[in-house]
Write a protein of this length. Sequence first.
Length: 230
Amino acid sequence: MILQVDNLTKTYASGGRELTVLHAVSFGLQAGDTFAIVGPSGSGKTTLLGLCAGLDRASAGSVHLNGIQLDNLNEDQRAAVRNQHVGFIFQNFQLLPTLTALENVQVPLELRGEKGAAKTAQALLERVGLGQRGHHYPAQLSGGEQQRVSLARAFANRPAILFADEPTGNLDPDTSATVVSLLFELNREAGTTLVLVTHDLELAAKTQRVLKLRGGKVVEDYRSAVVEKY
Ligand SMILES: Nc1ncnc2c1ncn2[C@@H]1O[C@H](COP(=O)(O)OP(=O)(O)OP(=O)(O)O)[C@@H](O)[C@H]1O
Ligand SMILES: [Mg+2]
């Protein structure tokens, strides 16, 4: 299992009250699986993704990522696990505003101590159609372009598992199709496990398995009939 989630629960204390946004969610994924998390706004999708990727800690339950239990690790230890195993495409991109597009992609490579980071980063930007925009800062890029830089940055880690929070949410149909084929190419060629949050049921149907949340609970967990694998 590359990802094993057991009875994961997340409670926030807000305004003196407790708000449980995830209730005992459980599932397991094998390496190379493609998986979609769907559900209405506020149902807990981003929260679940963040817990699975070790960005945040659960209130109860456990997450095992590539055999490592995340729940007992501190922030630095979780950051190390993320850097080693995880790619993450944020719903709001989270590019570093003071770095250019190229530098945003280059940084994770440098953190891993890779040689030729600038060259690899440039090649990744070219793959997402932004080869000419490397010197631009995030504020100088459109939402869809920032999303593609974020995708290139996530790819830079050559992650065992890639979490993508609405990766096509801000893209026009053509760019969206390009991004989707890049994601599935990564799955096919590098065996990267894909975990996507999406409102796009057509995209969800391209994954092998779909988990549907409502009010923080799993209401459906089904295998989709993937006719044509991307
Ligand atoms: N830090 C926080 N403190 C309190 N409540 C929070 C916090 N973060 C998220 N929530 C609440 O948790 C619930 C789930 O949020 P989450 O972002 O996971 O939803 P989502 O399914 O990703 O929604 P969307 O489709 O709109 O992105 C929401 O009701 C949200 O208000
Ligand atoms: Mg969300």
